[in-house]
Ligand binder design. Sequence first.
Ligand code: FE2
Ligand code: FE2
Length: 174
Amino acid sequence: MLSRAQTISEKMIKVDHVGENGAVHIYRAQRWVAKVRAPSLVPEISRFIQHEETHRKIFKQYLSTNGVRRCVSYHFGGIGGSILGFITGLIGSEAIIATTFAVESVVLSHIEEQLVFLKDHDTQAYECVLKIYANETEHLEVATSKLSSKNIYTPTLINIIQFSTNLIIKFGMR
Ligand SMILES: [Fe+2]
Ligand SMILES: [Fe+2]
């Protein structure tokens, strides 16, 4: 019998689980469109998809060993991710990279905060988050190194995605 996330640690992992599902769907949709719009990015996106699937599994494992039900917005995260990935994929490579930069920068600062809290509160959750930390750092580094703003709308796109990602995290932590 699964129950709702009770502790702050459980809520954090529940939200991370949604986030990873969102990330899997963003990158899958982007890869699908990028095959036509930005073929040079496809191998990198495929590599990211593998990472995000592993991250999702790590959090799923935590939730099931602790008897915690996944978040009600789990599928919402997947659908939202697919839409975002599809649209930005259509815009092209600059928007794809901007999305990676926006999402991963929020993710990274978020998990850095979590690590500080979890270290003293939940060793198992701490280790789960620590496992994904290196990958997320690398995702942000790759995006940062490729980021450009030839299109005047790119900074706005980044702001919108960062704002929405933060909002989703806050909503999930309620
Ligand atoms: Fe991830
Ligand atoms: Fe990532």
